[in-house]
Design a protein around this ligand. Structure first.
Ligand code: CUA
Length: 351
């Protein structure tokens, strides 16, 4: 009776664990579905994320079937051949080897592994060796602690943290090819609905590409522990219609707006440490350690997605960056409240 109760208890535990895992899996999917800031690897909206997704489903099905067969055989064995009271101290029949069974469980796994290798190699080849079409958009993405620099060398545009790319239509594909570099440590570019992860490694050039089918904002995250604020190194990819993208490029190419009403703030900006790190096109500020601020207000967020881009948050950021992002490399400006307001007002005109 004791043995029976024990095996019933462990079966119940196993069932609870399986239910818990299933619940975790389903709630992850549902959460990803409802929360706009969480990206879902099971909902690709771009090549090559879709081929990675299809491969993952194939692997999941094959390994799922293997799991069911193995777990089913184990469950069958531990219930059917459990120790019974009537058989106390009796040895079960001892079986030594079976050529047929051993041949089967050697050949079948080898066959399964070959199928997985071929399917994976085919997807890797189609992604890594994809030729770059002449009308592809070229972007150089540079990882910094803890923000993203995006340069469009052929279009003459520099921006930060929020990447804009055109949607690609089947008739006239316009993929975006990214060259990935790093200014300091290893980062990783990961927007799950658009593509797999690719690292940005110092002194090395990596390449990747995306070809989104659907307009919208796609969220991503630096996927390589790169320092204290790794978690707040968020990524936003704006997939624009062809027309929106062209307009955005035209706007970004303009030099910074000069508004005489905020001349005081501009003077403070140009006479403090700001210009050592930040560039504003058309002014003396040409720093490269921090994000280019020429069109700061065209972005929805600051501090690499850590805060909404508005006057209040900008002021908090200037006064005490640690308040939003402890350990960020932006120093507190230590200017008085009057100058802080003037500085914020100036930044607000960089549309
Ligand atoms: Cu950059 Cu983590």
């Amino acid at each position: 009776m004791k043995n029976f109760c024990e095996s019933r208890h462990s079966l119940k535990r196993a069932a609870q664990i399986i239910l818990l895992l299933a619940d975790l899996f389903v709630s992850t999917l549902c959460f990803a579905e409802t929360s706009e800031h969480i990206s879902n690897i099971f909902k690709p909206e771009s090549a090559p994320a879709d081929s990675i997704f299809r491969l993952s489903i194939l692997v999941l099905i094959i390994t799922g079937v293997i799991f069911l067969i193995v777990a089913g055989l184990i469950l069958y064995s531990i219930t059917k051949f459990r120790k019974r009271r009537s058989e106390d101290n009796q040895e079960p029949p001892q079986v030594y080897g079976s050529n047929q069974v051993e041949t089967a469980w050697t050949i079948i796994p080898i066959f399964i592994v070959i199928v997985l290798i071929l399917a994976t190699a085919q997807v890797i080849h189609s992604i890594q060796d994809a030729p770059q079409p002449p009308n592809a958009i070229e972007v150089t993405a540079i990882g910094h602690q803890f923000w993203w620099e995006f340069r469009y060398p052929r279009l003459g545009v520099v921006t930060a943290n929020e990447l804009h790319v055109p949607v690609s239509d089947a008739k006239r594909p316009t993929p975006t090819f990214l060259t990935l570099l790093s200014a300091d440590t290893v980062h990783s570019f990961w927007v799950p609905q658009l593509a797999g992860k690719t690292d940005l490694v110092p002194n090395r050039m990596n390449r990747m590409w995306i070809e989104p089918y659907k307009t919208g904002i796609y969220f991503g995250q630096c996927a390589q522990l790169c320092g204290r604020q790794h978690a707040k190194m968020l990524l936003r990819v704006y997939v624009d219609s062809q027309e929106q993208f062209n307009n955005w490029i035209q706007e970004q190419k303009q030099p910074a707006a000069i508004v005489s009403a905020v001349a005081e703030g501009r003077k403070i900006f140009e006479s403090t440490a700001c210009l050592n790190c930040h560039a504003v096109a058309g002014t003396v500020a040409t720093g490269r350690f921090g994000p280019d601020l020429t069109h700061l207000m065209s972005r929805d967020t600051i501090a690499s997605g850590a805060a909404i881009n508005n006057a209040d948050q900008l002021k908090i950021w200037l006064r005490s960056p640690d308040h939003i992002k402890p350990g960020s490399l932006m120093p507190a400006m230590n200017v008085n409240e009057h100058d802080l307001t003037a500085l914020t007002e100036y930044l607000m005109t960089l549309k």
